[in-house]
Every structure is written in C-alpha cells, then in structure tokens.
Design a protein around this ligand. Sequence first.
Ligand SMILES: [Zn+2]
Length: 183
Amino acid sequence: MKVCAKCGEAKPYTEFHSSKNRADGKHPYCKVCDALKRRKPRGDLVNGRREMPDVEWLKEIIDYQDGVLSFRKSRGGISAGSPLGYESPNGYLHVRLLGILYPVHRIVWKLHHGTDPEFIDHVDGDKKNNSIDNLREVTRTQNNRNASLSKANTTGFTGVCYAKRERMYRAEIYAEGKRTSLG
Ligand SMILES: [Zn+2]
C-alpha cells in the first residue's frame, strides 16, 4: 500500500502510475488524483455557452475570498493573490484561463456549487459584486415565466433582461475569440 500525496488515501501500488525518477518507482499521486490534475478546461461550446472548466481544476488554481478571485500561484504574468477580473463592456468581470474568457460570477458559482446553471443572476444588481451570497440560480422555467410576465408588465426585473445578458455574454466571447486570433 502507498499513501497518495494528494488525497491522502492508502491505496494498492497498482493504483499509482509508474514513475522512473521516484524512489519507489511510483507517482506520488494516485491514478484518480493524477487524472484530475491532468484534466484541463476544454472550453467547448455547449448550447451556445463555453463549457466551464472542471471544479477540481478550478479549486487547484483559484482562490476565492469575499467575492474576489485570485490565482493560488503566479500564472500568465498575474501574481498570486492579486484580484482577478477584466471588466467587459457589458459590466461583468471576466478572467482568462488558458486563452478563454470566463465570467467571474460563473467561476465563483462553480467553485461553490460545482454546477453550471443556465442563468445566474446578481441579487443586488451589481454585476461586479461576485460574492457567492449575491449570486442566485435562475432556472429556464423561471426565466420563461419572467419573460412572459414582462410582456404584460414592462417595469422591473424581467426574463428578457436575463436573455439579453446571456446574448451579450455569447457575443462577447465570440468577439474575444476573434480578437485573440487576430492578435
Ligand atoms: Zn489520490
């Protein structure tokens, strides 16, 4: 048996990949932990949105403190601990991971809940307040209900608003991709 340096579990030697430069000939991380470490965000488009990176990978590189994200280690010219987030024209903060821009509030959500809801809303309306307490999931059903209500009532906070935000997000990602390829 060998204790994994990552998860701390004692596992049979067969559960560790071979590693020539290690004294015991085995990798310090078990196969499960090694696979998680190797997994990178793919950034595939899913229903028009970029797929979020795996939560394990995000937790490994990103720290969350009071609504602010930072890298645990210096990365891409950004020093460890400095607040992350470019402000986009639509007012949301974004962070670039492996060349892809992700909204900060989506990363905050994923770090805490491990999920990628279709719609996430800022409770107080402040797009830069990415405290986990200020984020709420809005389901498609709620979104549609809000949208239909808004036809009768044009005031206030509506589903149309959410839909617009999502479109802006999509458009912006697209624009950012083009800019990256030109630059
Ligand atoms: Zn492990």
